[in-house]
Design a protein around this ligand. Structure first.
Ligand SMILES: [Zn+2]
Length: 57
């Protein structure tokens, strides 16, 4: 059974795989997310849309 994918940033179920932010996100993206979501940690991952969004701000 496949584990449901839930993005901790936008709080949505997502059909895509979550991005492993530890491995593939740049530090500034991680910092941007943490600024808005202080309780989030990079090992939680994020959906590709959120990673994209935080890349641009
Ligand atoms: Zn998301």
């Amino acid at each position: 059974m496949e584990k449901a994918k839930f993005c901790p940033i936008c709080k949505k179920m997502v059909s895509e795989n979550l991005v492993d932010t530890c491995e593939s996100a740049h530090q500034y993206v991680i910092d941007n997310i943490k600024r808005k979501h202080p309780n989030w940690v990079e090992k939680d991952g994020a959906c590709p849309r959120c990673v994209d969004y935080y890349k641009k701000i």
